[in-house]
Design a protein around this ligand. Structure first.
Ligand SMILES: Cc1cc2nc3c(=O)[nH]c(=O)nc-3n(C[C@H](O)[C@H](O)[C@H](O)COP(=O)(O)OP(=O)(O)OC[C@H]3O[C@@H](n4cnc5c(N)ncnc54)[C@H](O)[C@@H]3O)c2cc1C
Ligand code: FES
Ligand code: FES
Length: 452
């Protein structure tokens, strides 16, 4: 049995753990505010908040309910638009959207309201850029967005009235209804889903539910997001360790990553949307083995090493650069899962850069993406790792270019000579994301950009 709280109601259901949350909300609970649009994570009409009890507090994140199985919300608080009003009137977020004509046909509006409430509940509340980022996965076909941007500005400004982000303040000021006061206590009394060690492993489900929805509808699933052994980011013994079920947003907002990669937010905001980054995990990105997986390209350039484990807790290590065998084929035996990834703590004079070009800047997959990390010792490149996506059947690690640049100075001449070797290491094919010639040109230009 799966238990969770839906708005103010305790749910106990015998539905399959792989049953989609959106269908449960609309068709089992008849809450029709959460809309069914694309069912592929792209439109945001189905956005709900998922609150997880952590150290006595409930931490809320927005997710696409169309890609969320019940197994991933067991023991949690799910909030739909119906659960957001203190009384019959509009709450401040709804009021701002109404005031600025940020709603016309209204189909997208519940999704925007829920995402912006996610912003109000986040650590970064009141910052306009972050408020805009919170709706990065919400599409509106009517308003042209300017009215929504103005409403978002008002909402961000309104939240600045409090210095400390506190649910109590949000309740007192009618952003949230009073039942939120008691959610932490109520969640503490709910059972989590027991772990199914033998089932097919799922992270956020943001790839599986798009690629193979039928294959998993009746399958036994092991839910990685519920497994504390696969969570957490830590720094010790000269290495940074990232659990396999850590999400893209957990990396983007982690203190450790922000310390060593101060530009991480600029790069990670190019990856999917807030809702998808709140669910999609690193291991899911590696194992779906897309040649343009952004997290894969990021960690390939750090020469990350994976720890893989099986049902008998036997572990083996494998470098991410050796993990991809051929198109969509990875080095995992039956029963094996990824436990974590590790990479060396960056030294002094460490440089890192990530570049991604897609048809749209945001909320799109890459035509070409690439990353580089290198360390300088007395102006010479001590070591370097270069990765690139969209150029071959697998995410590419550039071995020959690395060997050429190791021990050399990153001068214009050396980088130009290295770019010729780089291009000789791949032969991209023309596809929907660009012609072969365009991708080659992109790779060369982005490689130069790494050293600018
Ligand atoms: C709207 C949308 C936009 C997207 N945009 C981007 C983008 O810009 N860039 C990008 O790179 N990706 C993008 N994606 C793809 C996807 O979100 C990411 O690849 C994400 O990281 C997948 O993680 P997940 O946890 O959701 O994977 P899941 O769907 O849960 O799993 C994917 C695969 O990994 C396996 N798996 C999961 N965890 C483990 C483990 N611990 N060990 C072994 N196998 C495991 C699963 O069995 C499955 O085969 C997008 C997806 C959507 C829906
Ligand atoms: S229905 Fe479009 S994101 Fe879920
Ligand atoms: S108001 Fe119609 S889709 Fe946004």
């Amino acid at each position: 049995m799966i238990q969770f709280i839906l708005n103010n109601k305790l749910i106990k259901t015998e539905k399959s753990a792989s049953y989609i949350l959106l269908d449960f909300i609309r068709y089992d609970q008849h809450l029709k505010g959460t809309k069914s649009g694309c069912r592929e994570g792209d439109c945001g009409a189905c956005t709900v908040l998922v609150g997880t009890l952590e150290n006595g507090k409930v931490n809320y994140k927005s997710v696409a309910s169309c890609l969320t199985p019940l197994g991933n919300i067991a023991g949690k608080h799910v909030v739909t638009v119906e659960g957001l009003n203190a009384d019959k009137g509009l709450n401040p977020i709804q009021h701002a959207l109404d005031e600025h004509a940020g709603t016309q046909c209204g189909f997208c509006t519940p999704g925007f309201v829920v995402s912006l409430t996610g912003h109000a509940l986040s650590k970064n509340f009141g910052k306009y850029d972050e408020a805009i980022n919170s709706v990065s996965g919400n599409i509106c076909r009517c308003t042209g967005y300017k009215s929504i941007e103005r409403a978002t500005k008002d909402i961000a400004d309104g939240l600045k009235a409090t210095e400390e982000n506190s649910q109590d303040w949000l309740i007192k000021n009618k952003y949230l209804p009073e039942y939120f006061y008691d959610i932490a206590n109520r969640l503490a009394a709910i059972e989590n889903l027991p772990r199914n060690k033998n089932g097919k492993i799922m992270g956020g489900g943001t790839d599986l539910y798009v690629q193979k929805p039928d294959e998993i509808s009746d399958a036994e699933i092991s839910f990685a997001l519920n497994n504390p052994e696969l969570k957490g980011i830590s720094e010790e013994n000269g290495e940074i360790t990232v659990g396999a079920a850590v999400t893209a947003n957990e990396i983007m907002y982690s203190d450790i990553f922000n310390k060593y990669f101060p530009e991480i937010k600029t790069w990670f905001k190019l990856i999917s949307s807030e809702q998808i980054r709140n669910a999609g995990t690193v291991a899911g990105n590696f194992v779906n083995a897309s040649p343009i997986g952004d997290l894969t390209i990021f960690f390939l350039a750090l020469n990350a090493e994976l720890t893989v484990t099986n049902n008998e807790n036997k572990e083996r290590k494998i470098l991410l650069k050796d993990f991809f065998k051929s198109y969509k084929q990875v080095d995992l035996n039956k029963g094996e899962i990824i436990k974590n990834l590790k990479f060396k703590i960056p030294k002094e004079n460490f440089k890192f850069n990530f570049e991604k070009v897609s048809k749209r800047t945001y909320m799109d997959i890459a035509s070409v993406n690439t990353a580089v990390s290198y360390t300088l010792a007395n102006d010479f490149i001590e070591d370097i790792h270069i990765s690139g996506g969209g150029l071959a059947a697998i995410p590419k690690y550039f071995d020959k270019t690395r060997n050429f640049l190791k021990g050399k100075k990153p001068t214009k001449e050396n980088i130009r000579a290295a770019s010729d070797i780089l291009l000789s290491e791949v032969s991209p094919i023309s596809d929907i994301r660009g012609s072969k010639e365009y991708k080659q040109l992109l790779l060369k230009q982005l490689f130069f950009a790494h050293f600018e």
